[in-house]
Ligand binder design. Sequence first.
Ligand SMILES: NC(=O)c1ccc[n+]([C@@H]2O[C@H](COP(=O)([O-])OP(=O)(O)OC[C@H]3O[C@@H](n4cnc5c(N)ncnc54)[C@H](OP(=O)(O)O)[C@@H]3O)[C@@H](O)[C@H]2O)c1
Length: 404
Amino acid sequence: MKAVLLGAGAIGSVIASLLGRREEVEHVLVADRSLDAAKALATTHDGGRLEAARIDASDVDGMAKAFRGYDLVLNVVLPRFNLKIMDACLKAGVHYMDAATDLALAREKPGDAVKETPYAQQLRYDDGFRAAGLTALLGMGADPGLSNIFARLGADRLDTVEEVLVRDGDSGQVQGHEFVALWSPDTLIEEVLMPALAFRDGRFVRLGSLEGEEVFDFPPPVGPLTVYNVDHEETETLPLFIGKGILRADFKLAIPKDLATALSVFQRFGLHAGTMMEVEVKGSGERVRIAPRDILTALLPNPKDLAAKVRGAASIAVVVRGTKGGKRDGWMFWFVLDHQETFRKFGFNATAYPVGAPMAMSALMIGKGEIARRGAFPPEVLDPMPFFRRLPEFGILVREKRLP
Ligand SMILES: NC(=O)c1ccc[n+]([C@@H]2O[C@H](COP(=O)([O-])OP(=O)(O)OC[C@H]3O[C@@H](n4cnc5c(N)ncnc54)[C@H](OP(=O)(O)O)[C@@H]3O)[C@@H](O)[C@H]2O)c1
C-alpha cells in the first residue's frame, strides 16, 4: 500500500511511527505545509519507507497532482480542509480518511432548530466516492472513531436502541502545572465553548456550551469525573446510521469544574475569540491586531513538550441502552490507557496514541481490502468485529460490561 499522510502534527506523528514500520506498507509520503515539519517526521520514523513533501491542503489541483499513484490519503490537518482534500482524492482516484469534521460550520444558536449538521457536507460526497469505486472513511480516531465502533457493537446486540452516550475522560496531570491542555489548546477552547449538538426525543437540538454537567464514573484508574456536553461528530452521525429507533445521543467531555468556570468567564469577556481584532494596549499608544484566544494559548505549555510528563490515564466509554427480547438491556464498552505506560510502549501519550493507532490500523485494513465498502461514511456503518479483532495488536484492549 502507498499512502499520503497529510499533516505532520501530533496525530500524524503516531501514524508515521506505526505505518513506517509495517512490511505491508510500501511507501508513505509525509506531507505538511511546512516541508521542515514533514522532513523532521519522515526522518524520525524512516525505515526506508517515508518520504517528505510540502503540500498545501487548500490547493486542490496541487494535491490532486501529488496524490496520483497513491492508494490512500490520511487527512490529519485541520478539518476546515476536509472538502478540498476530498475533492483532490476524487480527482486523483485515491481512498480518503479523516479524523474530524468541521463542526465550526454550525450556525444555529442554542435552542434553534437544526436543519442540517456540518457533517452533511461530507456525506454529500457519498455518491461521488461510490461512483469512483473509492472509500472515504470519515471520523476515524479515538472519538470519533472507536466510539462509533463501540456504539455499533452495542446496537448490534440490541433489538431497539434508546440512547447512545459517549463519554471522554482523562485524569492526566503534569507536575508543576496548574492546568495543561493535552491536545491543541486552541481546539480545546473552541470545541468546549461551541454550542453543543445533542439528539433528544428523535430530534437534533443545539444546546448552550458547558451544559449537562454530571459526574460520570469512568472505569478505574480514571474514576469519577465531571463531564459536560460538547459538540462532537458522534452526535451527528450515530442518530443517522445506528437506526433501531434511537431517541437520544450525546457526547460529554470531562472538564475540571474550575476550568469550565474559567472558560465561561473568558467567553463572557470575549477572551475566547479566535478572530483577529484591533485593540489599543493601555499605555502603548499603539493599536495591535490580535486574536484574544492566542494570548490564552500562548500562556499554556505546548502539548508536544508535555507528552512524556503526563501522569494519569485516558478513557473513552460508550453506553448503549435499549431493549432485547422486549426487556430493557444495555452495554458499556470502553478502553483505558495509562499515559506513562503508553509513552513507554509507543513513544506517545494516551491522548494522541489512541487517535493515530485506529487510523493506521484502518489504513492497513483498506489496503488489504478488509474495509471494502465504497462511498463516504462514518465508522459505525462498518462491521465492528474486524476492528475489535485487530485492536489488541495495537495495544488497545476494549472492555465491556452489561448494564443493569
Ligand atoms: N478522532 C479523534 O479522536 C481526534 C482526536 C484528536 C484530533 N483529531 C483531529 O486530528 C486532526 C489532526 O490533529 P493534530 O492534533 O495532529 O493537529 P496538529 O498537531 O495541529 O497538526 C496538524 C498539522 O497540519 C498542518 N497544517 C495546517 N494547515 C495546513 C495546510 N493548509 N496544509 C498542510 N498542512 C497544514 C499543521 O501545520 P502548522 O502547525 O504550521 O499549523 C500541523 O503540522 C485534526 O483534524 C483534529 O481535529 C481527531
